[in-house]
Design a protein around this ligand. Structure first.
Ligand SMILES: NC(=O)c1ccc[n+]([C@@H]2O[C@H](COP(=O)([O-])OP(=O)(O)OC[C@H]3O[C@@H](n4cnc5c(N)ncnc54)[C@H](OP(=O)(O)O)[C@@H]3O)[C@@H](O)[C@H]2O)c1
Length: 304
């Protein structure tokens, strides 16, 4: 297949592993943020003038959920500017070439509320939340970005949602498993929720799904996540057992109790989340691991 693949956010937690593992390594074009700021339309235009892309994989995002919350409602804030306007700029640059360029938006479970009135685990065709008061500000900006992709590029584009991406090693950023493991080693691990429903995404499987999507040209909405859901308490207990040989080391608590004591912003974090993957598995012809299998694979890769 001819043409380059533009990868935004290629130095981040997820994008950098895709770059390591992809079968399409030789076709990837990987500008750093200093070379291509997606909020700068003129930089984007210049890049699209200079290169002949056949696909764009859009990982770049403002991903600090707590910081994003401090910007709630602020459309001049970094979170809105990067996640919404940055995506809009990219999509506008792709639009005239949409028959040739396959645009792939990397998105998140946080576009859904994870609430009692609209609980997960969510299927691929579930509608992202439209009310900003029902989701985190980060989640709302990513939901807006999905809507921009769909309304501008329609059926020519793809959305791939992931949830709590984990990998065995990455020095630049801790993830949903490596952070609590580090806190445990420092004697600072907080009690973990027994009543929150989550799934996790093995970044290696996200990369495999992406390769299939690009190579086969699959369009639509896909999920890359563990085949089953768990709770943070079960997940961390299992990780500590597998990596440290310690059982029953995680103190339990409930999200319900935590939310009674905490400020309003936390109320919008997903309680009954998770992504379902059956349709994606069928369309891509692949099988995702269960959360326990993911932990075992991470341990085999040296998760410490
Ligand atoms: N991490 C999660 O828990 C999670 C969960 C679900 C979905 N996702 C989605 O997965 C994708 C990748 O997430 P991640 O965890 O890999 O993110 P990350 O580690 O925070 O990396 C984000 C990347 O985006 C780049 N970036 C930020 N602003 C930019 C701009 N204005 N122009 C160009 N590049 C910019 C960053 O560059 P610098 O490093 O130079 O700033 C970095 O390379 C995101 O779309 C995110 O929404 C993440």
């Amino acid at each position: 297949m001819k043409g380059l693949i533009l990868v935004t956010g290629s130095e981040g937690l997820v994008g950098s592993r895709f770059v390591e593992l992809s079968e399409l390594k030789d076709s990837l074009h990987l500008p750093k943020e200093v070379e291509l700021d997606i909020t700068d339309k003129s930089e984007l235009k210049a890049v699209f003038r200079s290169f002949d892309f056949r696909a764009v994989v859009h990982f770049a995002a403002f991903t600090d959920v707590a910081k994003a919350e401090e910007e709630r409602g602020d459309k001049y804030g970094d979170c809105w500017q990067v996640n919404v306007e940055g995506t809009r700029n990219l999509v506008e640059a792709v639009k005239p070439h949409k028959a040739r360029i396959h645009f792939i938006q990397i998105s998140t479970d946080m576009v859904f509320s994870g609430s009692t009135w609209d609980p997960g685990a969510y299927k691929e065709d579930h509608s992202p939340e439209k009310d900003s008061n029902k989701v985190s500000w980060y989640g709302f900006t990513k939901a807006e970005a999905e809507r921009i992709v769909q309304s501008t590029l329609g059926a020519s584009a793809t959305v791939l949602r992931i949830i709590y991406p984990v990998r065995a090693k990455f020095d630049k950023k801790l993830d949903y498993i490596r952070k609590p493991l580090q806190l445990y080693d420092e004697g600072k691990l907080y009690p973990m929720f027994t009543d929150q429903q989550i799934s996790i995404s093995f970044v290696d499987e996200v990369s495999l799904a992406l390769d299939k999507i690009i190579i086969e040209g699959y369009r639509g909405i896909f999920h890359a996540a563990s085949r089953d859901t768990t709770t943070p308490h079960k997940l961390l207990s299992f990780c500590l057992e597998k990596t440290r040989g310690i059982k029953n080391a995680v103190k339990p608590t409930t999200l319900k109790e935590f939310l009674q004591k905490t400020e309003a912003s936390a109320q919008r974090y997903p309680k009954f989340g998770g992504l379902r993957v059956e349709e994606t598995e069928q369309k891509l012809g692949m099988r995702f691991s269960t959360w326990k299998q993911i932990v075992e694979k991470l341990v085999n890769q040296g998760l410490g």
